[in-house]
Design a protein around this ligand. Structure first.
Ligand code: FES
Ligand code: MG
Length: 603
């Protein structure tokens, strides 16, 4: 176990009257105090406990039957409670809105802001002095962190941890990644439906979240890199004994954090966000990370924009050899030292702000200085990495104001086919094939009349936060079966949707503004020539400015780019308030609320 438990009493003032006592112990208002108290006694808590002034610690429970990736948090919460009790606190566990990446239609991303809103209201309106955030599946981690940032009471992340490694016929099968690979084999006729299903099921051998460096492992690693979880927390596989142990230590630590008044705003500083961007490149993190991290920065009130991802992250090497960018899975990453080992290696090359403070009260530097050294197998060294300059590129042009590309997953096949012109080494041109969302893509990808060949660029639009509410993970489009049979396994893909963090596709994605917000993709037509220049960071339709103006006028005359009708009340509220991926796809008005915990009772 890494040194994980912080020292108590670091600036702790245990004589302080805590927030919860405004409910349970207000001598000026005995009537309300009695009302607040009596119902919390009805399952066996005593008045003496609740009026003792002990910290009341929420456990924001994301586990439930609809959320299998996080379900074991129901068990882990027992160890969290024991930790809270042992440290002199009182635990109060409560449910959060479920967000299951693989279960929620139309998208799980739609529910990130809903879970955020719900948790803000709970943390604000109930007698809580601190909170344990039970993170795991993709959007659960950012939703919890965003809410804790807005309310700004002491908060600590407990990751659920990845599943054990999946295996099929002696090969590792990684969550999601194996689906993308196997669907190519299914399309090529190499395997049948039954075998396809069996291989995919083999990638989920135990409790836990995705075992690849998909969005779940990424966001939990980044929560740790931000300083919001105990060191070593992110990578411990869900069923390992250390997972229960760190649950206990997380419970003890949050009680001391309350006495120290160590809040999200103390930890989530500009330095912490720069550390997070650097760490994301080194782990080969998900393209969803900029969306969630930029949203978190806005909710805590730190300036951060999409260009910061290229500025601080692009020249950072890929160190972690984990699927989809590499070979291994979660168990090996944990054994090789997890996040502290990665941060430690980045520190030796001066890429980390070592003085950034973390939840255990120590600095990032102190937490990671003595972590495991790179083993050059699972974690590679900074000087001899898997990939140099492995961070995101930010592209812009008349197609969009910004989109990102994960350069660490550009394959040799892709480079050899598209990035070969010696006079123009990092650019390619192609004929655009435009799909109106994922259903249209599935209906028409094998349509011979589209005449798709290796000189085409596949586009998908209507898949952004407004278009397909939440933003669909669909940009990594597979070429037509006829091309796959000829050995062409990928075409350049561009879109206003997202893609799964488990995908190894070098798509250009998260395009902002999206087509449904009348971004440049809205005026693109099938057959247009497009040019992508990675050196210049440009992405353009090769049409004249007059043609752009003409198409813009046509779009305006049609009343803008359409999106499907709202199916639920939340979809309507979401669409009316959501911003674009580049700025975190936040509910824009919500970013005005900061540090609100102390204002309770005023209204
Ligand atoms: Fe939940 Fe990947 S689907 S973590
Ligand atoms: Mg996903």
């Amino acid at each position: 176990m890494t040194k994980s438990n912080g020292h108590a009493g670091n600036g702790a003032d245990k004589s302080r009257k805590l927030r919860s006592q405004a409910w349970f112990n207000d001598p000026h208002n005995p009537g309300m105090t009695a009302l607040y108290l009596e119902r919390y006694l009805n399952y066996g808590l005593t008045r003496a406990e609740l009026q003792s002034g002990k910290p009341i610690i929420g456990i924001a429970q994301t586990g439930n039957d609809l959320s299998p990736c996080n379900r074991h948090h129901i068990e882990l919460a027992h160890r969290v409670r024991e930790g809270i009790r042992a440290a002199g606190g009182i635990a109060m566990e409560f449910p959060t809105h479920p967000i299951q990446e693989t279960g929620k239609r139309p998208t799980a991303a739609l529910d990130r802001n809903l879970a955020y809103l719900g948790l803000v209201e709970i943390l604000f309106g109930y007698p809580l002095d601190g909170v344990v955030l039970t993170a795991g599946c993709d959007k659960t981690t950012p939703a919890l962190l965003m809410a804790a940032a807005t309310v700004n009471i002491p908060a600590i992340v407990l990751s659920g941890g990845p599943m054990l490694n999946g295996w099929h016929e002696g090969q590792r099968t990684g969550s999601g990644t194996v689906v993308w690979k196997s669907r190519e084999r299914l399309a090529a006729g190499e395997i049948g439906y039954e075998e396809f299903m069996e291989i995919v099921a083999s990638s989920a051998p135990s409790i836990g979240h995705c075992n690849t460096m998909g969005t779940a492992s990424t966001m939990n690693a980044l929560a740790e890199a931000l300083g919001m979880s105990l060191p070593g927390c992110a990578a411990i596989p869900a069923p390992y004994r250390e997972r229960g142990q760190i649950a206990y230590e997380t419970g003890t630590r949050i009680v001391d954090m309350v006495w120290e008044d160590l809040k999200p705003s103390d930890i989530l500083t500009r330095k912490a966000f720069e550390n997070c961007i650097v760490a994301n490149s080194a782990i080969g993190g998900s393209t969803n990370a900029p969306i969630h991290i930029n949203a978190l920065a806005r909710h805590v009130g730190v300036e951060l924009d999409i260009d910061d991802w290229q500025k601080f992250g692009h020249d950072v090497p890929l160190l972690v050899n984990m699927q989809p960018a590499g070979f291994y899975l979660g168990e090996e990453f944990h054994r090789a030292g997890g996040v502290p080992a990665v941060i430690g290696e980045l520190m030796r090359h001066k890429r980390i702000h070592e003085d950034a403070i973390t939840v255990n009260g120590r600095s990032m530097g102190d937490n990671c200085r003595d972590a495991a050294k790179p083993d050059n197998d699972v974690i590679w060294s900074y000087d001899k990495p898997l990939v140099k300059d492995a961070g995101f590129l930010v592209l812009r042009g008349n197609l969009f104001d910004s989109a990102i590309m994960k350069t660490s997953v550009i394959s040799k096949e892709f480079r050899d086919r598209y990035l070969v012109n010696p006079n123009d080494p990092n650019a390619f041109e192609g004929r655009a094939i435009v799909f109106e969302g994922p259903e249209d893509y599935h209906d028409r990808i094998d349509d011979a009349s589209l005449d798709i060949d290796e000189h085409c660029v596949l586009f998908i639009r209507g898949a952004g936060p407004i278009g397909y509410p939440g933003g669909a993970e669909v940009v990594n489009m597979q070429p037509p079966a006829a091309l796959i049979k000829r050995g062409i396994l990928s075409l350049p893909c561009i879109g206003d949707g997202r893609q799964s963090g488990t995908s190894g596709s070098p798509s250009i994605l998260n395009a902002s503004p999206e087509a449904a917000a009348d971004g440049g993709l809205a005026i693109l037509k099938t057959g247009d020539k497009v040019r992508i220049d990675l050196n210049k960071g440009s992405a353009n339709i090769l049409i004249s400015d007059e043609e752009v103006a003409k198409r813009r006028a046509e779009l305006k005359a049609k009343g803008g780019f359409p999106h499907p009708a709202n199916q639920t009340p939340w979809q309507e509220l979401y669409r009316n308030t959501v911003g674009q991926q580049a700025t975190g796809a936040c509910m824009e008005f919500a970013t005005r609320y900061h540090n609100i915990a102390g204002t309770v009772g005023v209204a």
